[in-house]
Design a protein around this ligand. Structure first.
Ligand code: F6P
Length: 369
């Protein structure tokens, strides 16, 4: 059978373990030799004990665990060609020509670059006498299938990324807890949620918690947002509401592209309305904990499809991303998704909000509407 490897890269997310499990078991079922690569790209570069064969039982009892049991890293060495050369050697030594990369857009972009360079890297290893020409012929290229693991739901081309639903669940539990204390003291709370440059978590959390206001990077508030915010909060209070909840995405900006921080929002509310106002930054609580049923199933379905996709690929096949599109698991060209994801950031940098929202895609747009 063919040899394949699975690794997780970038920020961890709940449901990655389910995806790893599914890749391993589908791989074994199809007769492949399956390897774990520990600690993301760093393990691929370091080789040795970081690349280990996986068996059926190695992935027992992990479907319910948060994070990733094979470790993850944001790896600088892989951005250098010398790092990628070492990684290539470590894979070729084990005849690994199929990779499942579970990570965010940075990790998947790195995988694509690796594949483009692969023939050159192989040639260089032959020239340096580090591998034999026969070995090189066995590994003419590397096939890649990507799975998007990220709590941010910031990747274009899939309706949901693995881990977003669980993070949302964590956020809801936290907001509900804050609400109960806020209402007792008639306080206002500004709650900051993760998402780097993406407002999905903030937007959906605000809808699901009936927050009074929400700040996200893709749709910044009008320039007079301070007045609008205060009017809205005061109106809720005048209708008998005892508390206020404002959700701020960590990447929130104004229409000029300047950061809107949760402390700024708190000061606006406290200074203009005189409410006792507190800030709660949820932080990494959002990334931890057991995956929701949705993320377990998403990991399972995507992992299985990634493995099947790899087995159907030829050395000429372009890398693909496994995505969920209207509840169907489909394959999409990796680079198309990466370009679109980068285009969102460019649109935001150029203050073109309509375009940013359009590019974010259906699941984002519908919630914003
Ligand atoms: O991409 C996931 C994420 O949790 C973002 O929401 C956040 O901006 C970032 O990772 C935090 O990264 P780190 O855990 O490396 O500080």
């Amino acid at each position: 059978g063919r040899a394949m490897a699975v690794f997780t890269s970038g920020g961890d997310s709940s449901g990655m373990n389910s995806a790893v499990r599914s890749v391993v078991r589908m791989g074994l079922y199809l007769g492949c030799k399956v390897y774990f690569i520990y600690e993301g790209y760093q393990g691929m570069i370091d080789g040795n004990e970081y690349i280990k064969e996986a068996d059926w039982n190695a992935v027992s009892d992990i479907i319910q665990r948060g994070g990733t049991i094979i470790g993850s890293a944001r790896c600088k060495d892989f951005t250098d060609r010398s790092g990628r050369l070492k990684a290539c050697k470590n894979l070729v030594d084990r005849d690994i020509t199929n990779l499942v990369c579970i990570g965010g857009d940075g990790s998947l972009t790195g995988a694509n670059l690796f594949r483009q360079e692969w023939p050159e890297l192989i040639q260089e290893l032959v020239n340096q006498g580090k591998i034999t020409p026969e070995k090189a012929n066995k590994c003419p290229n590397i096939q890649i299938a990507g799975l998007v693991g990220s709590i941010d739901n910031d990747f274009c081309g899939t309706d949901m990324t693995i881990g977003t639903d669980t993070a949302l669940q964590r956020i809801m539990e936290a907001v509900d807890a804050v609400v109960s204390t806020a209402q007792s003291h008639q306080r206002a709370f500004v709650i900051e949620v993760m998402g780097r440059h993406c407002g999905y978590l903030a937007l959906v959390a605000a809808l699901a918690s009936e927050a009074d206001f929400c700040f996200i990077p893709e749709w910044p508030p009008p320039t007079n947002w301070r007045e609008i915010l205060c009017e809205k909060l005061a109106h809720s209070r005048s209708m008998g509401q005892r508390l206020n909840i404002v959700i701020v995405a960590e990447g929130a900006i104004d229409r000029e592209g300047h950061k809107i921080s949760s402390d700024m929002v708190r000061d606006v509310v406290a200074n203009n309305l005189g409410y006792d106002t507190r800030t709660t930054v949820l932080g990494h609580v959002q990334r931890g904990g057991n995956p929701s049923a949705f993320d377990r199933l998403l990991g399972c379905r995507m992992g299985a499809e990634a493995t099947i996709a790899l087995m159907e690929m030829t050395p000429e096949s372009e890398p693909c991303v496994i995505s969920i599109d209207g509840n169907q698991i489909v394959r999409v060209p990796l680079m198309e998704c990466v370009f679109r994801t980068k285009a969102v950031q460019k649109a935001m940098d150029e203050l073109d909000w309509e375009l940013a929202v359009k590019l974010r895609g259906r699941s984002f747009q519908r919630n914003l509407d």
